[in-house]
Design a protein around this ligand. Structure first.
Ligand SMILES: *[C@@H]1O[C@H](CO)[C@@H](O)[C@H](O)[C@H]1NC(C)=O
Length: 217
């Protein structure tokens, strides 16, 4: 190992990363957190009560109206289990590209775990039930209810739980490939559920590829 050469490589790559991160990444975003908030608020008001699937259908329809081909049409066959940070739930991928993902995430039972340390901003709109969060130094839980949005800033870590049945619309904006190791580690090293691993990889890669073909990265 030649330490001089390594430091030259790092000195060249760091400014490139900084440039991409600061000036290029934000130009790739198409989703507006305020538009999503409006869609969630409107859908909660108009969708049939006590039918969470109908709420998913309503939100997906409004998202497709707004964002067209960048949204995968909702269907109940394409849910995928997700284990990450010791929490378990399931998700439906509505959009995945290099810089953004937009999913339904939640659980019929409740769960608890680590948020992960992500190179992205995470916007978590509660649709049903509650999400609780624990920030270091605050002995009281933060409680998010239907219609609320929990913004987990890039790099921030919390403990979170969904104490019982809870569902959310989740937008992540940042370096999405950098989030995948956290999203798959519990599957590879704990559950050994390789069908879920395969479905996660398949649906993520399919969405990213279809977006890339349309020039959305
Ligand atoms: C809930 O809504 C879904 C989607 O619109 C529908 O297919 C289902 O039949 C509804 N369930 C009940 C119990 O009404």
């Amino acid at each position: 190992m030649n330490w001089f050469r390594l430091s030259v490589v790092i000195a060249v790559l760091l400014p490139i990363y900084y440039y991409l991160d600061t000036y290029v990444l934000p130009t790739l975003y198409i989703f507006d957190p305020e538009v999503l908030q409006q869609i969630v608020t409107d859908s909660l008001a108009t969708a049939p009560k006590d039918n969470t699937t109908a709420l998913f259908v309503e939100i997906n329809r409004r998202l497709k109206n707004e964002y067209g081909d960048n949204i995968n049409e909702f269907n109940t066959d394409d849910w995928i289990f997700n284990n990450a940070g010791n929490a378990m739930g399931s998700m439906f991928i509505q959009h995945a590209s290099i810089s953004e993902y937009l999913i339904f995430f939640g659980t019929a039972l409740g769960t608890e775990g680590h948020t992960g340390v992500h190179p992205s901003n995470d916007y978590f709109y509660i649709l049903k039930g509650e999400q609780w969060a624990h920030s270091l130094g605050n002995p009281e839980p933060e409680i998010y209810r239907p219609g609320d949005m929990h913004w987990l800033k890039r790099g921030t870590v919390k403990q979170y739980s969904m104490p019982s049945t809870a569902w959310a619309l989740e937008l992540a904006q940042g370096w999405i490939p950098g989030m995948l190791p956290f999203g798959l580690a519990d599957t590879v090293f704990s559950t050994l559920d390789f069908r879920t691993f395969g479905r996660t990889a398949y649906f993520t890669a399919k969405s990213m590829f279809e977006c890339a073909l349309r020039g959305k990265f």
